[in-house]
Design a binder for this molecule. Sequence first.
Ligand SMILES: [Zn+2]
Length: 127
Amino acid sequence: MKENYEMHIEVRPSSIHGNGIFTNIFIPEGKEIMIINGEVIDEQECVRREDNNNVYIFWNGNTYIDSSKTEKIKYINHKCDFNCEVIDRDEYSLMLVSYRDINAGEELTIDYGYEEIYEACCCSLCA
Ligand SMILES: [Zn+2]
């Protein structure tokens, strides 16, 4: 049976920024953790929302996914030494996958992958 990792993910205060998402169980490398979905919007709408400080938007090829109404994935933080990655799924969603083994209690992180994030980043790789 396929493990349901999403039910073991919880939102907690993060030392990186604000809230983050943490796993309560060990997740081996290469496992599907949770679907990333939300409202599908175009680039123009994405720019408009980002100008209004919506920081919960994922790029999905020709469209964007606004995850601001989700309970968990919206809180995933950036880390240059990330432990998760986002992979393609379909027009309406993406998939969060473990990039390496992740221990119980660790915060899940991804590389946001845009220039400004590295300038603001305080991690050991950037410092
Ligand atoms: Zn960094």
